[in-house]
Write a protein that binds this ligand. Structure first.
Ligand code: GLN
Length: 490
């Protein structure tokens, strides 16, 4: 039946027709994890016991006709979403034994409609990274080529979905962590408008940038999940309560396409970008033209300042957010400290990895008196300029197409000793977070047998347009249906 390849709608159909029960479906994916994950390391926790219980409940709901499209469908959550009584490590030794007393809003919403949480996925420690090499639980491998990274920080979620160990997964995106791994693994990943998805229960990295969202095989799967996880949450003080978000319907036609103007920012196709990626993206742009979209060149100036501004702001917020890990409240505590100061010092020295310590130090430095104006305030000014240049572009076009990443998946270890090179992998994704805009990455081709991603960026709350454009493209192409050879078997 090739269940592993199926979309959410197809899986739901099988459940409805009782071709398969949710318990059987859950067991099927758990078996796939058991068979394949030793090659990938995409899961930190496999949730078999809870999952099968939840699946049995879902089967009851389905029998009683009290179900939702997502009832009984397995999902994996990035290990920074708090899950009640289930280990939530954030990829860190600091939280290696932490079982939260509550569920994150995203988890709760999906749980309430009967989705089955099959496990928690590996990630860069505290979501800091672009390659999933900074996890305390080890490196994750890319299912398309096991010598390559899956991208980060939601690398475990992306590898798990690409290898069809879970039909869909959640991720979080502070500077690209949903889109870049989706691009490296040939998947579709949505970073929603800042504030549209609750951050309650998502372990914080940089609160003004963090946003949760779905990673799936297609725009359709992402739309189905996004419809359920967005919405106002009184537990998140930055949650959107002004804009009403309608349920997205994917019903785009050629007629709609002909009314849409797409901008191609020339600055994003400079020498930083691999030629082969540029070629694949322009081939896909030709397909979009044939589908009726109006394409035009635009300019997005100042984007070269993005990386320094992003790393100052993200690190500043991280240094503040991570001050809560002190060995007192929860998480790791060092052994036998002589006094309170030593408790803080040793706990943080032993509990955090190298990348996290680096960010905390950069952030504390940028916020310290004397440097605050020079670094932090300047970075905020750049943030405003970047946002303004997007908004100026949206006066002229409806959506923007850009590469997701300047390269395809790189070798494991290739960039670990060169931080600047690693940070540059986010050059096309971080501007979107600084501006708080929504963006989606979709697979549009291959370079050296590795997937290439195209980013569709829209104005605030334009997820419906973004997902419709992507869905229309995916109805006419097959890139999103490809499965890496090694995992393409029942
Ligand atoms: N790679 C970026 C960073 O390390 C983005 C990570 C993310 O989006 N969580 O900060």
């Amino acid at each position: 039946m090739e269940i592993y390849k199926k979309s959410i709608t197809e899986l739901s159909d099988l459940l409805n027709k009782k071709t398969i029960s949710s318990v059987e479906m859950t067991n099927y994916f758990l078996e796939r994890i058991k068979t394949h994950d030793s090659k990938l390391n995409s899961f930190i926790t496999i949730n078999d016991r809870f999952a099968l219980k939840k699946a049995a409940e879902a089967d009851k709901k389905i029998s009683n006709n009290e179900h939702h499209l997502l009832t009984g469908i397995p999902i994996a959550h990035k290990d920074l979403f708090s899950t009640k009584n289930i280990l939530t490590t954030c990829g860190s030794k600091m939280l290696k034994n932490y079982k939260p007393p509550f569920d994150a809003t995203v988890v709760k919403k999906l749980d309430d409609i009967g989705m089955v949480n099959i496990g928690k996925t590996n990630m860069d420690e505290f979501a800091m990274g672009s390659s999933n090499e900074s996890s305390y639980f080890g490196v994750v491998k890319n299912p398309w080529n096991l010598d390559k990274v899956p991208g980060g920080s939601s690398g475990g979620s992306a590898a798990a979905v690409a290898a069809c160990l879970s039909p869909v997964a959640t991720g979080s995106d502070t500077g690209g962590s949903i889109r870049q791994p989706a691009s490296f693994c040939g998947l579709t990943g949505l970073k929603p408008t800042y504030s549209s998805v609750s951050r309650y229960g998502m372990i914080a990295y940089a609160s003004s940038l963090d946003q949760g969202g779905p990673i799936g095989k297609s725009a359709e799967d992402c739309a189905i999940l996004y419809n359920e996880i967005n919405g106002y949450d009184p537990n998140d003080s930055t949650s959107n309560h002004e804009q009403k978000i309608e349920k997205i319907k994917l019903n785009f036609t050629k007629e709609n396409a002909s009314k849409i103007r797409i901008g191609i920012p020339l600055e994003y196709f400079s020498k930083n970008l691999d030629q082969s990626i540029s070629d694949e993206i322009f081939k896909s742009i030709d397909v979009f033209k044939k589908l009726g979209f109006k394409i035009k060149e635009i300019s997005l100036p100042n984007h070269n300042f993005t990386i320094p501004a992003y790393y100052i702001i993200a690190s500043a917020e991280a240094s503040s957010n991570l001050s809560r890990y002190d060995g007192v409240k929860f998480g790791y505590r060092c052994k036998d400290p002589k006094n309170l100061e030593e408790l803080y010092f040793k706990t943080r020295k032993e509990g955090f990895g190298k990348e996290v310590k680096k960010r905390v130090m950069i952030g504390a430095y940028a916020l310290s008196s004397g440097y605050y104006d020079e670094y932090y305030i300047r970075a905020l000014k750049i943030r405003r300029i970047i946002r303004d240049s997007f908004l100026a572009a949206f006066k002229d076009v409806d959506f923007i197409f850009a590469p997701t990443s300047p390269t395809t998946a790189f070798n494991i270890g290739e960039k670990t000793s060169n931080a600047v090179d690693m940070y540059l992998s986010d050059i096309y994704t971080t501007p979107v977070n600084l501006a708080g805009l929504p963006a989606l990455s979709i697979p549009v081709g291959y370079s050296n047998n590795l997937p290439v991603g195209l980013q569709i960026i829209g104005n605030y709350f334009s997820e419906s347009g973004i997902l419709n454009i992507a869905h229309f493209y995916q109805k006419n192409t097959e890139w999103h249906l490809k499965v890496p050879k090694e995992f393409d078997n029942e």
